[in-house]
Design a protein around this ligand. Sequence first.
Ligand SMILES: [Fe+2]
Length: 241
Amino acid sequence: MHVKKTLIMALLASSIGLTANESQNSSLIASFNWAVGQANGGNYGEPRKQFEVRDYSHLIGMPGFSDKALKAHFKLYAGYVKNTNLLLLEFRKMVDSGDLSGPIFNELNRRFGWEFDGMRLHELYFENLGGNGELDKNQTLYRLIERDFGSFENWKKDFKATGLIRGIGWVILYQDPRTGRLMNVWINEHDTGHLSGTNPILVMDVWEHAYLFDYDLDRGAYIDNFMKNINWQETLKRFRQ
Ligand SMILES: [Fe+2]
């Protein structure tokens, strides 16, 4: 049985094209659980519908971010992908069995937004890094930042101050698609404080794991460095004119 299990895991690893051990382990567990469910006669969803760990290794070498910090961060992110998939599988098993009324179903549902947002916010964060930190003044986004914050410098001061709020969480520059209004918002942990229906334009992680490796407790220095590495080209894809 152990040999069979190892073989299935190796096949799954190959099929999803992972190379890093950490990513392998996290994604693999979810995929393996799906396979076990199938083998036991269950039908817990198609594996192609599972979320996959995205590869952000191109960020290695980014100024001000050590390899050690980035690799640890990628590993943490992979954990959120794993748990998001695991929770979706659990929900499917519960609905199949009709076991939907107990505290386990309740509490797992309460946890889902935390895991999903932990996954998605890390993706948005890594994807809006790797640039030169410069936003072209001729871009509509730049002009709307000036409109809604008074000046680009004002926006930076507000964004940084929001990032220095005590606690763990995120700062997001959100755009309200109904009005075009831009707002800097503090997100507590991963799931508290989001504005319904708004689009995240720029996402900054200010959990301690994002800066302790390289900046100790100097979160301000980390934020300054984050700003220097913003990939504004990516944020323009998220922005609605
Ligand atoms: Fe993080």
